[in-house]
Write a protein that binds this ligand. Structure first.
Ligand code: XMP
Length: 581
């Protein structure tokens, strides 16, 4: 890829990727570097942006810039912690805050090239404890809020600017305008970035890496690996690109046929399905704990992948491995949970490890963000049905089919019924594994209040319908059987179809459907609906289902054999995770 006009210096957290994405949305190529990268690296840049981060400049070991960076003559915008670095590393002063400021704030902005079109009172998003107490020499004050007297600063001579608030988040209403002012007005950047225009460059890179060799993919049916495969196909032709899809038996209804359909329409003959259902299901037969399930699935992937690599002779010198790694996965601080997990699995496969060590790896999407991968996919002619899919976890339905070790009754509490089915949650930085509380009303506020107050639970659900009184449900000893998985698969397919037909599916980020072993002797399980909205899966808002769809889903699911009740999950993340396990 060409020299980036803009580099974002990462001071920790996820902010740096959001900033780089925003810059790219403006049509300017941006990349991300560790904050202490030597200044020389940036001599040819048009602009630098220092990201916000969770550290305090006072804590030993906190991220700093190479001091020479400030003297490069390249315009710099410091955001949040980035503004504090100007004060700390130049000759200003940062004051440790006593109480933090988090959320919406109103800032009064002075006229400045940075704030053209957005002067006066502006709504912004703040998230900080420390703040600048004294300006460095050459800087003047550009904005204040009630609690943060030095909320924006600038040195027009050196073109160094700082903001305590976050222009990259949507809550800062003039944020994109501020970034435009800095990039186009102050730094003189030019539009040079259109992901789809990069396709010829990416194809050339693939040909250069592959040489005379062919490329092999483990396809998942997800957006990234399918787009990576397709661009390799374009670069090398169908004879030299092969993909195998592992059918674990933990997939959604119709998934294998869907993936086969997509791949076969791309290049007949270079795709095949490895049926490993028996391998996975037999290993999972006695697993109940979520982590045990994940471990077994991870290890089984290792075995199956190694078997495929060896039997297909993909380890000989004729083949290299293709992967759908995307930009945030390549940078340590930006890796998502997803990516981490996929990485561990892949790294543990000896065969893949060998290919990596020998540099026999092609990752055509490693410069792109998810939205850009979708744009590439569209330019490559991939169907929207594939590109706009909701995320689906690698371990599949196994972590949506809950198991329990003993027979138990529900317990009446002040707020509702305590159901001893345990689910995973996230509170602060730690993982919890707690019971579920059932309440009568679809009341998300009440649910949040209860989850914060009652430490026996990390999840609150409302009962949408049942064949009898909720208090009479029992929790049954249960395993991950083929028949329970089939019930879940069927219920999930019904929910997906109705949610899609009603238009609801397109308005939310993900819609897990979960099977729990709570019911009656002749109807031993129940279904939980978990529609959520999110931006990146790190946090999520539990959403309500429109009344008509909710009634339709409840009636249809209650008619399924073996289903006693239908619940709606009311828990935001945190304190609940998106998945139940
Ligand atoms: P949680 O449940 O942690 O999920 O709130 C956040 C996002 O990650 C997905 N997820 C996974 N994806 N392997 C995956 O590939 C996993 O083990 C896994 N666990 C959760 C989840 O579906 C959601 O989109």
């Amino acid at each position: 890829m060409e020299q980036a006009q803009v580099s974002v210096l990462d001071t920790g957290g996820q902010y740096c990727h959001l900033i780089a994405r925003r810059v790219r949305e403006l049509g300017i190529y941006a990349n991300v570097f560790a904050s202490d990268t030597p200044a020389e690296t940036f001599r040819r840049n048009r602009a630098l942006i220092i990201s916000g981060g969770p550290a305090s400049v006072y804590t030993p070991g906190s991220p700093l810039l190479d001091p020479a960076t400030f003297a490069l003559g390249v315009p710099i915008l410091g955001i949040c912690y980035g503004q504090q670095l100007f004060a700390h590393q130049l000759d200003g002063h940062v004051e440790p805050g006593t109480k933090g400021e988090y959320g919406l704030a109103y800032v009064d902005l002075q006229p400045s090239p940075l704030f053209e079109g957005v002067t006066g009172r502006q709504q912004v998003w703040m998230s900080h404890r420390d703040q600048v107490g004294r300006l460095p020499t050459g800087f003047h004050l550009l904005g204040s809020t009630g609690t943060c007297p030095i909320a924006a600063i600038g040195d027009d001579q050196r073109k160094l600017y700082g903001m305590q608030f976050h222009p990259e988040v949507v809550q800062t209403l003039g944020g994109q305008r501020m970034l435009e002012n800095f990039l186009f007005g102050i730094a003189g950047c030019e539009r040079d970035w259109e992901p789809a225009h990069q396709l010829p460059v990416v194809e050339e890179q693939i040909r250069a890496i592959a040489g005379k060799r062919s490329v092999f993919f483990f396809a998942s049916g997800g957006v990234d690996s399918t787009v990576a495969y397709t661009v390799c196909l374009r670069a090398l032709g169908p004879e030299r690109v092969h993909a195998t899809y592992v059918d674990t038996g933990l997939m959604r209804e119709g998934e294998t046929e869907f993936v086969r359909g997509v791949f076969e329409s791309l290049a007949a003959g270079s795709f095949n399905v490895a049926d490993a259902q028996e391998d996975f299901l037999s290993k999972l037969a006695t697993a109940r704990d979520p982590e045990a399930k994940r471990l077994i699935i991870g290890e089984e992937f290792v075995h199956v992948q190694q078997r495929i690599l060896e039997s297909g002779h993909y380890l000989d010198g004729e083949w290299i491995l293709g992967q759908g790694t995307i930009y945030p996965d390549t940078i340590e601080s930006g890796g998502t949970k997803n990516a981490d997990l996929i990485k561990t699995h892949h790294n543990r496969v000896a065969g893949i490890q060998k290919l990596m060590e020998e540099n026999r790896l092609v990752e055509p999407l490693r410069e792109f963000y998810k939205d850009e991968v979708r744009q590439l996919g569209r330019a490559l002619g991939l169907p929207d049905a594939l590109l706009d899919r909701h995320p689906f976890p690698g371990p599949g339905l196994a972590i949506r089919c809950l198991c329990h070790s003993e027979h138990a009754a529900l317990e009446k509490t002040h707020d509702g019924w305590l159901m001893p089915v345990r689910t995973v949650g996230v509170q602060g930085d730690s993982r919890t594994y707690r019971a579920v509380l059932v309440i009568d009303a679809v009341d998300h506020e009440l649910a949040t209040e209860i989850a914060n107050r009652d430490h026996r639970v990390n999840r609150v659900v409302a009962c949408l319908g049942a064949h009898g009184p909720v208090g009479e449900l029992q929790v049954f000893p249960s395993f991950l059987t083929k028949s329970r998985l089939d019930t879940l698969r069927h219920a999930d397919a019904i929910v997906r179809r109705m949610s899609d037909e009603s238009g609801f599916d397109a308005t939310i980020w993900q819609f897990p459907v979960v099977l729990i072993p709570a019911g009656t002797p002749d109807r031993p399980d129940s279904i939980v609906l978990r529609p959520i909205d999110s931006v990146d899966g790190m946090t999520a808002t539990a959403t309500a289902i429109p009344d008509a769809l909710s009634a339709q889903l409840t009636a249809t699911l209650l008619a399924l054999p073996g289903i006693a009740a239908v619940f709606l999950d009311l828990t935001h993340k945190p304190p609940g995770t998106i998945e139940w396990e």
